[in-house]
Structure formats: structure tokens, C-alpha cells
Design a protein around this ligand. Structure first.
Ligand code: AMP
Ligand code: MG
Length: 327
């Protein structure tokens, strides 16, 4: 079975083709174009959607070309229907709808966050993990029970990705800033005390953001180092509590921030203490991409035959714990 996945929730416009045979999936192509705001600025939703419109046909044709297929070979089309930025989401939905209605291909709206998790499971081989989803749009600890992902803990304010990006922009990096912060952090080992805020199973980052900005006025590397140590220790504490409670024997990190080596290092230690296997999504597929959407749509096609065009919605705040997962 051949699927096309379209991702356009935020900064990335991406198309991917995956071939599914039984439980196995092979990524035939995954092409992306990323909108980069000016240095020091965040995503401007209208500018990002313009970027997606300008790039959608190039990305789609390159994706089909690399997979060596034509639209007519596709068994289904999937698109990220939320959560995300309205103007950006609509671009992916329009491309998917056009292909589905013109070529009469079944269409599947996919929850972007579930896409991160399902592709993570495919690529790491994790079967029943506690999931840490850390990205620009999410900071959540999740466990699967009775056909739904249950939120064990989450951020009470900004996400881990927003913390890194907003801090990074304040010291002049271009968004997304996670990789630059990781690089600069590695040149310091001088920990400056910062606010540490874990509330039950949840975390709160906004106080940490303001305090780190003040530290950066003295020394940027120390600020990056201390920010990572504090934020990742908070996440590790929440993960440790969730592992004790759920007794899961697997931990999987997905989302753009999963690319961070220091975060993996800290969580590996946590897993060691709990006799738990550690999985991290490969860096290439940590950030937003069409493969996440495509694979989830292919899984859904095992139990559903797609939706009619009038139901091809987009929902900016579509929470993953409201989705029934019955494949
Ligand atoms: P996503 O929304 O899943 O595409 O993830 C994007 C987020 O991942 C942004 O906030 C980036 O700053 C963050 N990110 C990317 N690479 C790294 C890294 N090496 N360390 C920390 N965060 C990262
Ligand atoms: Mg994402």
C-alpha cells in the first residue's frame, strides 16, 4: 500500500511517500522546505503559509520523483489536520483535498502529535512506551491505555521548544534555536542557579525563560548551559515519576527537541535506574515531516476507509488525547 503524507502545521512544508507491507513501512521519500523567520523573530503565521503555498508544488513533485511513483499509484492521501497554525494547516489540507478529489484517492486527516509518536514507534521498534513528546508545539508525557493516549504530565505554560526558541531569539539566534543553544552550551560547565519548577507531573518554564535572559546579559554560554541543565532536569524528574507510576519498561522521546544529545544523556540515566529501555527517534525524523503523517494515515487505513471531502477539516487546537486509536 502506497501513501502520501502532507505536513504543514507550522514552519515545515513536507511531503513523504511510504510503502506499507503488513506491519512494516518503508519511507520512499521525505522532502521538506522550512520557513525561516528573520533573526530574532518568531513564526509569522501568514508569512509561513505564504512560504508553504510557494513551495508546495515543488516539494510534492520532488517527493513523487524521489519515490519513483506518480499520483495515480497512491492508495491514499493524508494531511496534518491539527494542532497547528490555521493559515499553515489550510495549505496542506488544500493540497491533499485537491489530489484526493481530482484523482479520487481516499483521504485521511491525521493528528500531528500522534504522527510524531507513530513514526517514532515504527523507526525505533518501541512497542508500549512511555512517550516524551518535546517539540515546538508540545511538551507532554503520554501513556497509551484503552485505545487512547493519556496525558500523564505536560507543560503548564510554554513548551520546551518555545523555551529554547524564545531564549535563543533573545540572544540573536534565528529560530529554531535548539541546535545553536546546544552548541553554545557545550562550551560551558559553569552552572548558574535558575528557577526549577515541577508541579506534580507537570512542568512550568516561563519563570525559567525570564531568569535565563538575565543570566545571558553576563555570559551567553553559561546561560545556555544552565538553561539546558535546568529544563532537562525538570523533564527528567517528571519522566522518573511517570515511570515509577506506570511501570512502563520503555521510554521513547519524539519531537524536534529529541535531537538534543544532553537530553538523551540525562534520560538514559533515568532509564538505567528504572531498568527501562531507552528509545529516541532518529534525528532526521525528530522534527516535523510528512512521514509522520503518512505512516499514521496508513495505520488508520487498516480500520477506516477515509473521510468524505466535506469532513476534511483543520483544527488548530486538536488535542491528541481526544483521538480514538483503534488500529
Ligand atoms: P518540531 O516542532 O517537532 O519540528 O520541533 C522543533 C523544535 O525542536 C524547535 O523548538 C527547535 O529549537 C527544537 N530543536 C531542534 N534541534 C534541537 C536540538 N539539537 N536541541 C534542542 N532543541 C532542538
Ligand atoms: Mg511537531
Amino acid at each position: 500500500m502506497l501513501g502520501l503524507g502532507i505536513e504543514s502545521t507550522a514552519h515545515t512544508f513536507s511531503c513523504a511517500v511510504i510503502e506499507k507491507k503488513g506491519k512494516k513501512g518503508k519511507i520512499l521519500s521525505d522532502v521538506r522546505k522550512i520557513y525561516h523567520p528573520e533573526d530574532g523573530e518568531g513564526i509569522h503565521p501568514r508569512e509561513a503559509s505564504r512560504h508553504h503555498i510557494d513551495n508546495s508544488s515543488i516539494v510534492l513533485s520532488q517527493c513523487l520523483e524521489e519515490a519513483k511513483i506518480s499520483v495515480k499509484d497512491l492508495d491514499l492521501v493524508t494531511y496534518a489536520a491539527g494542532p497547528g497554525l490555521g493559515p499553515c494547516l489550510r495549505v496542506g489540507a488544500v493540497v491533499a483535498r485537491s489530489l484526493a478529489s481530482f484523482y479520487k484517492i481516499p483521504i485521511y486527516p491525521v493528528n500531528h502529535a500522534i504522527g510524531h509518536i507513530e513514526l517514532g514507534k515504527l523507526l525505533t521498534g518501541a512497542t508500549n512506551p512511555l512517550v516524551l513528546l518535546v517539540s515546538g508545539g508540545h511538551t507532554m508525557l503520554l501513556a497509551f491505555l484503552n485505545k487512547q493516549w493519556r496525558v500523564f504530565g505536560e507543560t503548564l505554560d510554554i513548551t520546551l521548544g518555545q523555551l529554547l526558541d524564545q531564549f535563543g531569539r533573545s540572544i540573536g539566534f534565528a529560530s529554531p534555536c535548539g541546535r545553536n543553544i546546544e552548541e553554545l552550551a557545550s562550551s560551558s560547565s559553569n552552572y548558574v542557579t535558575l528557577p526549577y519548577s515541577v508541579k506534580g507531573n507537570d512542568v512550568s518554564f516561563s519563570g525559567l525563560l525570564s531568569a535565563t535572559k538575565s543570566v545571558a546579559k553576563e555570559n551567553k554560554s553559561d546561560a545556555c548551559y544552565s538553561l539546558q541543565e535546568t529544563a532537562f532536569a525538570m523533564i527528567s524528574e517528571a519522566v522518573e515519576r511517570a515511570l515509577s507510576f506506570t511501570r512502563k519498561k520503555e521510554l521513547m522521546i519524539v519531537g524536534g527537541v529529541a535531537a538534543n544529545k544532553r537530553l538523551s544523556e540525562m534520560l538514559k540515566d533515568v532509564c538505567k535506574r528504572h531498568g527501562c529501555k531507552f528509545f529516541v527517534v532518529p534525528i532526521k525524523y525528530a522534527g516535523d515531516c510528512g512521514s509522520q503523517i503518512c505512516w499514521t494515515g496508513l495505520l488508520e487505513s487498516q480500520v477506516k476507509s477515509g473521510v468524505s471531502i466535506k469532513d476534511t477539516f483543520v483544527t488548530q487546537s486538536w488535542r491528541l488525547d481526544s483521538v480514538k486509536v483503534d488500529y
